[in-house]
Write a protein that binds this ligand. Structure first.
Ligand SMILES: Cc1cc2nc3c(=O)[nH]c(=O)nc-3n(C[C@H](O)[C@H](O)[C@H](O)COP(=O)(O)O)c2cc1C
Length: 193
């Protein structure tokens, strides 16, 4: 597969910021049912193989999952402090649910589940996110089986159709907009910052 042209500057940013664990966090915006924006921080979990889809993991009970249904629009905003550059990636969000029929997607869901730490896994056994807090004992869950992801665990993937890359370092700054066209090729345009 031919990678989208914004993949190379994004890989470079990830590489140059690799000493900063926080550089793998980005903000993921969605739209609430009342039309208001919603935004939160999530961890980048790599690209789905043979695609330009960015992967994240989340709880199927979380509000972001309700906000997208099975497919919704979203924007990621990602700042790399060391190289002082920002990527805004706009596209559709695709959910790999526990009952996803496609084998390859289920395989990926299992692989990512296995790669998480015990601590990260145990959160998926916690009480329902966003509901009033109950007593401490409800957080004392047995370690979850690394071989079998629970129904609360899902993968979210963002498939970008528009990417805006801003580099603060230049004088003047550099800003490039990438847009996917109908033929699945990309246009690349340098624009004023
Ligand atoms: C540094 C950091 C990393 C986070 N990573 C994730 C993540 O990878 N997945 C996730 O679902 N929530 C993550 N969260 C929690 C979310 O920001 C958010 O609070 C939670 O998912 C509930 O969001 P929602 O109600 O909009 O669904 C992270 C929070 C922080 C501060």
């Amino acid at each position: 597969m031919l990678l989208a042209p914004w993949r190379s500057p994004l890989s470079r940013a990830l590489h140059r910021n690799r000493s900063l664990p926080n550089a793998r966090y980005f903000q993921l915006a969605t739209v609430r049912s009342n039309g208001h924006p919603a935004n939160r921080t999530v961890v980048f979990r790599g690209f789905a193989s043979d695609s330009d889809r960015l992967q994240m993991v989340t709880d199927t009970r979380s509000q972001k999952v309700d906000q997208i249904g099975n497919l919704g629009w979203s924007e990621i905003c990602w700042y790399f402090p060391k190289t002082r550059e920002q990527f805004r990636l706009n596209g559709s969000l695709i959910l790999v649910r526990p009952d996803e029929p496609e084998d390859e997607a289920q395989e990926r869901r299992s692989q990512i589940w296995q790669s998480l730490s015990d601590n990260a896994r145990s959160q998926f056994g916690w009480p329902h996110p966003g509901t009033p807090r109950s007593e401490h004992s409800s957080f004392e869950v047995q370690p979850l089986d690394p071989k079998s992801p629970p129904d609360t665990f899902c993968i979210l993937m963002l498939e970008p159709v528009w990417v805006d890359h801003l580099e603060l370092r230049g004088d003047p700054q550099d800003r490039t907009v990438y847009e996917r066209n109908a033929l699945d090729s990309w246009s690349v345009q340098s624009v004023h910052p």
